[in-house]
Design a protein around this ligand. Structure first.
Ligand code: FES
Ligand SMILES: [Fe+2]
Length: 373
C-alpha cells in the first residue's frame, strides 16, 4: 500500500482519494479576465479560463472536434472559442457554436467541466465525481486586522510524498544557516496526533514548544520562517507524479507602510522564474557542482535548501525502504491515516469526513518562528 501513496493519476487508488478534496490550482492574480491557460493536475490536463465578466471556468483540455488544446483559443464573453475551427464552448463545457458546420450539432457536444471557487486569492478546483463537499474555510486568513496576506506559488520536480513528509527536525539541519541567526541550539522532540482535520504536531526543545497543523491530505498551517513574524497555509498539489505545485497564502503581521516596504523588499518577481532559479541551483548542488554552503544568493538559499533535501530523496521517494524512527512522528501519523483511508476506499467503506472548528485556529502565542512550510 505504501507505493500507492506516490501515484495520483486518474484511476489510481490515491488518485481517487485525492480527487475527493478541493485543491488550489492557481493564484487569482495569475488569471486575468479574458485569459485561458493550460493546467496539469494529478497527471491530467485541463483548460482554465476567466470570462471577460470575471467568472472562472475549468474545462477539459481538448476541443471535442479535432482535439486541439483549448487554452490557445479566444475568450469571448463568458465562453471559449477553439483556435482551430472556431467551435465555441460555454463555462459548463456545452458546445454552443460550430461556425463552419452547415448543420450544427452543438447540442450533442459537451466536454467535461469542473467546479471552481475563488478564495483567499487562490482558485480552487474539484476533480472528483459528483457534487463537491463545501470548500473548507480558513478564517484566520480572512481577518485583515491580523496583517496582510499574499499568495505564493512555486513548483518542485518531485513526487507529492517527497514534500508532504517534511518535518520540524529538518529545520535544524537543512536550514541551519537561518536557525543559527535565531540562536536555536537543540533539536526538538516531535509529537503528533490525529485530529478532526488531519494532525496537530508539537515540537518541543529546551526553550519551549510550538505547534503546526496538517490538514488532510496535503495542506500545512504553520509559522512562516524569517522576520517579520507571520504564518502560512500551503498546499502541495501533484501536477503529476514527478512534479508538485506548492501554493498557499502567507499572512504577515505587518500593516500600512511597514507592510508595503516589506512587500517591496521581498518581491520575488515572476514565480515561475523564481522556481526555475531555485531548481537550477538545487540541481547543481545535487549534481555535486556546488555545495549548499557555497550558495551565496540568500534570496534563493532557503528554497534551495528544501529542494536539495526533498528532491535529493529521489522521485518518487522510495517509502518502502525508509527506516522511520520517533523523530518521524508526523510522517508516521500522516501515512497511517492516509493508508487507512485508501484501504477504506478500496473496500468501499465510508471515508473519514475531515472537518475543522468553525472558529479560527491560532497557533498560540509563542513568538519564535521556527517552522517552514
Ligand atoms: S479542433 Fe476545435 S474547432 Fe476544430
Ligand atoms: Fe524547509
Amino acid at each position: 500500500m505504501l507505493s500507492e501513496l506516490t501515484r495520483t493519476g486518474p484511476g489510481t487508488l490515491n488518485g481517487r482519494f485525492m480527487r475527493t478534496f478541493w485543491h488550489p490550482i492557481a493564484r487569482v492574480k495569475d488569471l486575468p479576465a479574458g485569459r485561458a491557460k493550460p493546467l496539469r493536475i494529478m497527471g491530467e490536463d485541463f483548460t482554465l479560463y476567466r470570462g471577460e465578466g470575471g467568472a472562472v471556468h475549468l474545462l477539459a483540455f481538448r476541443c471535442a472536434h479535432r482535439g486541439t488544446q483549448l487554452s490557445t483559443g479566444w475568450v469571448e464573453g463568458d465562453d471559449l472559442r477553439c483556435f482551430y475551427h472556431g467551435w465555441k464552448y460555454d463555462g459548463s463545457g456545452q458546445c454552443v457554436e460550430q461556425p463552419a458546420e452547415p448543420e450544427p450539432f452543438c447540442a450533442r457536444i459537451k466536454i467535461r467541466s469542473y467546479p471552481v471557487e475563488e478564495y483567499l486569492g487562490l482558485i480552487f478546483g474539484y476533480f472528483g465525481e459528483g457534487d463537491p463537499p463545501p470548500l473548507m474555510r480558513y478564517t484566520e486568513f480572512e481577518d485583515e486586522s491580523r496583517g496582510y496576506t499574499d499568495t505564493i506559488t512555486s513548483t518542485t520536480p518531485c513526487n507529492l510524498f517527497n514534500i508532504v513528509d517534511n518535518d520540524p527536525i529538518h529545520i535544524y539541519f537543512v536550514h541551519s544557516t537561518f536557525n543559527a541567526s535565531q540562536g536555536r541550539a537543540d533539536i526538538p522532540r516531535v509529537s503528533c496526533e490525529e485530529t478532526d482535520f488531519g494532525y496537530i504536531a508539537t515540537a518541543a526543545d529546551s526553550v519551549g514548544s510550538w505547534i503546526y497543523n496538517c490538514y488532510m491530505p496535503n495542506m500545512v498551517h504553520g509559522r512562516r520562517d524569517g522576520s517579520p513574524k507571520g504564518e502560512a497555509i500551503q498546499w502541495r498539489v501533484p501536477i503529476d507524479d514527478e512534479n508538485v505545485l506548492n501554493i498557499g497564502v502567507n499572512l504577515i503581521y505587518l500593516y500600512g507602510d511597514e507592510a508595503d516596504a516589506y512587500r517591496a523588499r521581498t518581491n520575488r518577481g515572476n514565480p515561475a522564474e523564481f522556481s526555475r532559479r531555485v531548481n537550477e541551483v538545487g540541481q547543481r548542488v545535487l549534481a555535486g557542482d556546488l555545495h549548499i554552503s557555497e550558495v551565496d544568493d540568500r534570496s534563493l538559499l532557503f528554497n534551495v535548501q528544501d529542494y536539495t533535501a526533498q528532491v535529493g530523496c529521489g522521485s518518487p521517494v522510495d517509502l518502502a525502504h525508509q527506516h522511520l524512527g520517533r523523530e518521524d512522528a508526523t510522517a508516521t501519523i500522516l501515512r497511517g491515516m492516509w493508508i487507512r483511508e485508501l484501504n477504506a476506499l478500496a473496500a468501499g467503506r465510508p471515508l473519514k469526513r475531515w472537518t475543522r472548528p468553525s472558529e479560527p485556529m491560532y497557533l498560540g502565542n509563542d513568538e519564535r518562528v521556527p517552522i517552514s512550510v
